[in-house]
Write a protein that binds this ligand. Sequence first.
Ligand SMILES: [Zn+2]
Length: 73
Amino acid sequence: METNFTCPDQEVVVAFELPSSPDEVVELWSYAISINCPVCGGSHDVLYRDVYLVGLMKELRCIPADVQRARLH
Ligand SMILES: [Zn+2]
């Protein structure tokens, strides 16, 4: 699925493709994954479940994930 994360160095939202077959979700759920960041060229660790939920909300609501997150607080 497509999801978003925010580069912590540049504060830019990046879309990327997350492995999300049922097997991969179960396997990766509790772990951090490493993302090669196209914005700053570094790599960032994010919790799989965090970006998975962001991707899920993107698919369901079709509004930007950072807007979703803002509304939760
Ligand atoms: Zn970055």
